[in-house]
Design a protein around this ligand. Structure first.
Ligand code: SF4
Length: 235
């Protein structure tokens, strides 16, 4: 990434951070109350069969979950992949570069922390669940409130619950911008592979393992993962 471009991005993010820090919780809470929301505990946002259930995490969230569960970071999070088609993220050594982490998923693609039984959609780490789960189906982007697909939208919500979600939402927005700024500041350049290899076609060694290079707000980390035919590296 060109240094000039990088510093421009950081500058823009810092401005967004200032603006985000000044968002009124009451204004967002009023919007949430207008939209309405009540969780039906259907578990659709946690299960792969209903669509994109990736939960992006910042490193501090992985630490909080680790402290609570005594699980190791690699059991909690995995490199945040896209849809597996970004060939420009493969470097000249065949390593796959990703930006940040997402919550690990089971072999069927469901969140690792949702109870197995189909009848139960309980979250095993509910107390320390990531900010994205805490605020789902709402998110902030470009200073605006947005919603994701969810059948619980449009239902009556208590004012105090709207306030709690608004508060968490603004905290999440600020934390994510801060994290992205730190990621850019620590970002280490890599040379994209000149051959147009698709991620799904990578098999880096005889052991059927691939190497990810994860860029996050703490720096750069190499992670070796077993190739997973059924998930196409997504998990
Ligand atoms: S947030 Fe929405 S999709 Fe997720 S469990 Fe609740 S109602 Fe279902």
């Amino acid at each position: 990434m060109d240094e000039k471009y990088k510093s421009l991005l950081i500058q823009e993010l810092k401005q967004e951070l200032t603006n985000a820090s000044n968002i009124s919780t009451g204004t967002i809470a009023a919007k949430i109350e207008d939209i309405g929301f009540s969780c039906l505990m259907c578990g659709k946002c946690c299960r792969r069969e209903f669509g994109d259930n990736r939960v992006l995490l910042i490193p501090q969230e992985i630490q909080v979950i680790s402290d609570h569960t005594i699980l190791e970071a690699h059991e909690i999070a995995t490199p945040a992949t896209s849809d597996g088609s970004d060939s420009d993220l493969i470097d000249t050594d065949g390593k796959i570069h990703t930006f940040g982490w997402m919550l690990a998923r089971k072999s069927n693609g469901d969140c690792n922390f949702i109870e197995d039984a189909e009848t139960s959609n309980k979250c095993k780490i509910h107390e320390v669940r990531p900010m994205l789960c805490r605020t789902y189906p709402f998110y902030m982007q470009d200073m605006e409130l947005h919603t994701s697909e969810c059948e619980g939208l449009g239902r009556k919500i208590a004012p105090e619950e709207s306030l709690t979600i608004a508060h968490d939402l603004i905290n999440r927005y600020v934390a994510e911008i801060e994290d992205t700024i730190a990621l850019y500041e620590k970002f280490e350049e890599f040379t994209p592979n000149p051959e147009n290899i698709e991620i799904k076609n990578i098999r880096t060694n005889e052991d059927n393992h691939v190497v990810y290079v994860v860029h996050d707000s703490k720096g750069t980390h190499e992670v070796i993962k077993e190739f997973n035919e059924s998930t196409n590296f997504i998990d």
